[in-house]
Design a protein around this ligand. Structure first.
Ligand code: ZN
Length: 131
């Protein structure tokens, strides 16, 4: 099975090497060259609503899968324990509904986050005055 070798870096290098996954914790971003060999660079932001990165001390897992729908190759794969597992290509309809779901997730997440901020603000500053 094909694997990616991870490298923790401060900033993303100009020349992204084939077969490497560069991770910048500072910029919460990972980058690698599409594993199909097309040469395109795949940027995966790491955030609660984008990709989640797991480092077990030896290997890297990116979740969810990587779907390069904007590239000609339209490759789709998982990076699990640094190993590349190819996944079925999505239809245009599937890509579209995936994008919609992603958008909804983001909106939900940021709404919740806002709510949480208000709640803690209320508990800390408003509630003590009222009670
Ligand atoms: Zn590709």
């Amino acid at each position: 099975m094909k694997t990616l070798q991870h490298k923790f870096v401060e900033v993303i290098p100009e020349n992204v090497g084939e077969g490497f996954l560069y991770i910048s914790l500072r910029y919460c971003t990972a980058i690698h060259k599409c594993v199909c060999g097309c040469g395109n660079e795949v940027v995966t932001p790491i955030s609660p609503t984008d990709w989640k990165l797991t480092f077990d001390g030896d290997t890297i897992t990116l979740y969810p899968s990587i779907g390069n729908w904007n590239f000609k190759c339209r490759s789709h794969y998982w990076i699990t324990n640094s190993a590349i597992r190819h996944a079925p290509k999505w239809t245009i309809g599937e890509v579209e509904s995936g994008r919609q779901a992603e958008k909804k997730d983001k909106i939900r997440y940021y709404k919740q986050k806002k709510k949480g901020k208000w709640r803690s603000f209320f508990r800390r500053w408003v509630a003590p005055v009222l009670c």
